[in-house]
Write a protein that binds this ligand. Structure first.
Ligand SMILES: Cc1cc2nc3c(=O)[nH]c(=O)nc-3n(C[C@H](O)[C@H](O)[C@H](O)COP(=O)(O)OP(=O)(O)OC[C@H]3O[C@@H](n4cnc5c(N)ncnc54)[C@H](O)[C@@H]3O)c2cc1C
Length: 555
């Protein structure tokens, strides 16, 4: 470093792509000052992630972004698209995984799954993060990090001028991607299935509308399985632009590559890829010889299924692809990363403001790593079944349904007041019924004539929801939170401010009319009292202390 100025910031984020931007946005949402540094000159330039899950869209809704994201999504893709597997766009359909992306969704969520390209989503995240006051510095690289007992000192370099300066942060989020230099520097290993394929993405536009080739099949993601190749298309709404991912090819013209991968009947796609070869693959996947298509770019990348051995090292937290890398099948990579950032943001905020005890930050690893491990396994299962059956299913987990994966994963950590009984890592949302550790269920309520979801009540503070006869919990929660300095809102559902929809709230949350739940700022149920109890204030004081890992909560 050449004597550059030093600046202080509570949280430094290394990496300003999908997950770094999300972390910046969520931290600002909680009022925490944040600096994100990103090597590139701006947001993503390639489409990459496109399939966004229910939980991600719910989180974006709570940050005020649902409308903007849905509008952009509908410009790019028809809503309610599908995911199927075809010999080629013009050829036979082999399987139909999601005839309609949003079938059955309204039972569980006020929002929808959607397709939006990462290069269109990132500017929306960036604008919102900046609007909330995040400092985002592009063309800036984090060159080193050093931790001590009180904080982390980072050296950052301005790639345009070459000038270096230092940043002193209390905490660092490493959202620096699958090759995470931070993870490497900390010596954190990865485990899992390793490298699955050297893949390519061919970005193209066609001079003809490819939409009619799909006939009555819903537009969205189309896996392609034919004797030449395996991969998938994402076609945009115009029908004449999109990309083709090729994970595997059978290339008998290149015996040296076949020899290098003796156990796989499929060769390395990325090595030595040329425009001509990409064009052959693209035309074979479209299924119309000589169709006029123009290749705009070919990106090479590795499909990997691995998870980091730890998500935390002292004051540094790994999030997104730095913490877990998955093949794109099922669309898990970006979604899981956004949800990492969302889990971490409120914990950092309440730690920095002195409300939480020191153990709360440790629950990030305890909660997100098992979810990361599950996600890696489930993405691997989808890769094996949809793309690479030659790998066999012995090493693959049975498929977990998409609702359980998206909104049914559960946390088991000190930041949850677990109830007696078993604690599976995931369950179908229909079975969850408000048990602590799961995502708080969606129920529509009436607030002064406006329909709101229970989910619309969560996002910034702890929230107590009591049944219509649960006024004692309501009063007790406000008193306990006030005494402890915990930001908390309380509502009686079925009371003056929120009219309940019959018994559906009580059923969804598994409580009697005199019961209550405490929902954490990330929308997960932290504590539940199924019915009225003696000394509600003492019970809630203890519950809040325990959820926040405060030592004054220890018996
Ligand atoms: C073809 C394809 C399709 C996909 N489809 C989906 C999908 O449908 N749904 C989904 O959820 N996910 C999908 N993904 C995965 C998704 O793109 C990634 O999971 C996501 O980009 C991860 O975001 P990230 O911010 O963690 O990492 P990245 O996007 O890799 O960003 C890391 C950033 O850190 C920066 N950086 C690294 N080191 C430094 C440093 N020292 N200093 C400053 N900056 C640094 C990099 O420049 C980079 O911008 C897909 C991926 C591919 C390849």
């Amino acid at each position: 470093m050449d004597g550059g100025a030093s600046e202080d910031v509570p949280v430094l984020i290394v990496g300003g792509s999908l997950v770094g931007l999300s972390a910046a946005l969520f931290l600002r949402w909680h009022g925490i000052d944040v600096l994100a540094v990103e090597r590139h000159a701006g947001t993503a330039i390639n489409a990459r992630a496109g399939h966004f899950h229910l939980r991600t869209v719910e989180i974006l809704r709570s940050a005020g972004l649902e409308e903007a994201v849905r509008r952009k999504s509908e410009e790019q893709y028809p809503p309610d698209g599908g995911i199927n597997n075809v010999e080629s766009l013009a050829g036979r359909e082999i399987a139909n995984y999601f005839p309609n992306l949003n079938a059955g969704v309204d039972e569980f969520s006020p929002t929808v799954r959607l397709f939006i390209n990462q290069d269109a989503l990132e500017p929306i995240l960036r604008a919102r993060a900046e609007e909330l006051g995040a400092r985002l510095r592009y063309q800036t690289e984090c060159a080193s990090l050093e931790q001590d007992a009180d904080g982390v000192t980072a050296v950052i370099g301005d790639l345009a001028s070459g000038a270096q300066s230092s940043v002193r942060a209390k905490y660092v989020i490493a959202a620096d991607g699958n090759r995470s230099p931070t993870r490497e520097r900390l010596g954190i290993g990865m485990h899992g299935h390793g490298l699955l394929s050297n893949s390519i993405t061919i970005y193209f536009h066609a001079e003809a509308d490819l939409g009619p080739l799909l006939r009555d099949r819903n537009q969205g993601v189309h896996y392609v399985t034919n004797p030449l190749m395996r991969g998938f298309f994402r076609l945009d709404r115009s029908g004449n632009a999109g990309f083709l991912v090729v994970n595997l090819v059978r290339d008998t013209t290149r015996p040296e590559i076949m020899a290098a991968y003796p156990s796989a009947p499929w060769a390395n796609v990325a090595e030595g890829i040329t425009q001509q070869r990409a064009l052959e693959l693209l035309r074979a996947a479209i299924g119309v010889p000589d169709i006029p298509v123009v290749i705009e770019d070919i990106a090479t990348w590795q499909a990997v299924a691995d998870v980091a051995d730890r998500f935390q090292d002292g004051r540094v937290f790994l999030a997104g692809d730095a913490a877990h890398v998955v093949p794109p099948n099922g669309g898990y990579g970006g979604n899981t990363g956004v949800q990492d950032a969302h889990n971490l943001a409120w914990k950092l905020a309440l730690t920095l403001t002195g409300v939480a005890g020191p153990g709360l930050l440790e629950t990030y690893d305890a909660e997100r790593r098992p979810v990361g491990e599950l996600t890696v396994e489930q993405a691997f299962t989808r890769y094996v079944t949809r793309v690479a059956p030659y790998l066999g299913t012995e090493g693959a987990q049975p498929l977990v349904d998409d609702f359980s994966m998206e909104i049914g994963y559960r946390y088991n950590s000190p930041a949850v007041a677990l109830e007696p009984g078993s604690h599976p890592l995931h369950e179908h949302p229909r079975q969850a019924r408000g048990r602590p550790g799961g995502r708080a269920p969606h129920v529509f309520l009436d607030r002064g004539g406006t329909r709101v979801s229970t989910l619309d009540l969560f996002g910034r503070n702890f929230v107590l929801l009591a049944g219509p006869d649960g006024r004692a919990w309501h009063a007790a929660a406000l008193a306990a939170a006030g005494e402890l300095g915990v930001p908390l809102e309380a509502h009686v559902v079925g009371g003056a401010d929120l009219a309940g929809a019959g018994d559906s709230f009580l059923e969804a949350y598994g409580i009697s009319p005199s019961g209550a739940v405490v929902v954490r700022p990330d929308g997960f149920v932290g504590w539940r009292g199924v019915e009225a109890a003696d000394a509600p204030e003492a019970i809630l004081r203890q519950a809040l202390q325990s959820l926040l890992c405060r030592s004054d909560g220890k018996p």
